[in-house]
Design a binder for this molecule. Sequence first.
Ligand SMILES: *[C@@H]1O[C@H](CO)[C@@H](O)[C@H](O)[C@H]1NC(C)=O
Ligand SMILES: *[C@@H]1O[C@H](CO)[C@@H](O)[C@H](O)[C@H]1NC(C)=O
Length: 291
Amino acid sequence: MANSTYTLLLITALCGLFGPSSGSLPGEPRMIELTWRLENGMPHWPGMVPYNFTIVDRNVIPDGFYLELNNIYLAEHTGTHLDAPAHFIQGAWRLDQVPLQNLAGPGVVVDVRDKTRDNPDYEIGPQDFQDWEREHGRIPDGSVLMLRTGWGEWYWEQGETAYLGTDTGNTTLLHFPGLHPEGAQWLADNRKMHVIGIDTGSMDNGQSVQKMSHRILLPKRVIFIENVGHLDQLPTTGSTVYAMPILIGQGSGGPARVFAIVDGRTSACSPLTSTFATVLLTLSSVILNVI
Ligand SMILES: *[C@@H]1O[C@H](CO)[C@@H](O)[C@H](O)[C@H]1NC(C)=O
Ligand SMILES: *[C@@H]1O[C@H](CO)[C@@H](O)[C@H](O)[C@H]1NC(C)=O
């Protein structure tokens, strides 16, 4: 086997074994919650059924022991949730067809709060990504790109009118920031993220009718996360983000537990793992030469 092929295989194998945590210090890795708790009365998209949690049992049952059970009734696109490509693209991946590795990657936070503060309809464009890259370097392939508008931090807990712009169900009254179709097109043409997340109710802004950012990026098999929580906790780079939905058969999307591990990771395969692979390769060729 050619040495270069061997190196590549070794790096790939080690990435699999040690990838997510190889950059962390000894001890427990720092984990960050990026999910909103599902609760009755939380913001929900106009026209979709509201989340409904009902208690079935909180009693000592006739068999003599205590039992706690609840039912939940919900739309797929509830709370912090994923959009699978099939949400807007006929015949594309449904939720249960998205490979696990497409639901994780190095976390990147693009912070546009200074643009959204006075403009609830702000749309994140190519310039925002180019400005970010000038400061932090290229958005890595396979990343989980998070768009931080501040909406979650400011409005989620204040309810539907604050967060979505209306609680009337009238979609023409929706106001919150989103991704500009030109921003979506720039990412589709130039970058290869696994996932793109936003801390608002939808990737397209509240006033969007055509939902072009969905229609541009979902065909590229980029998975969306909407209503991302707690982006103030996530470092700009240096984490691995996991966006793990309930595995709904034929799902167009689904509620997800989204979290990050702060591990110093800034590329699809961490530099530490590559260094380790190189050291192992050198050692093994020395041994092979001796034999
Ligand atoms: C929630 O479900 C319960 C039980 O089915 C029902 O009685 C109640 O009306 C529902 N609430 C809402 C807000 O849909
Ligand atoms: C929704 O709001 C718009 C703007 O205020 C209004 O013109 C329209 O009649 C409303 N639609 C419904 C169904 O209430």
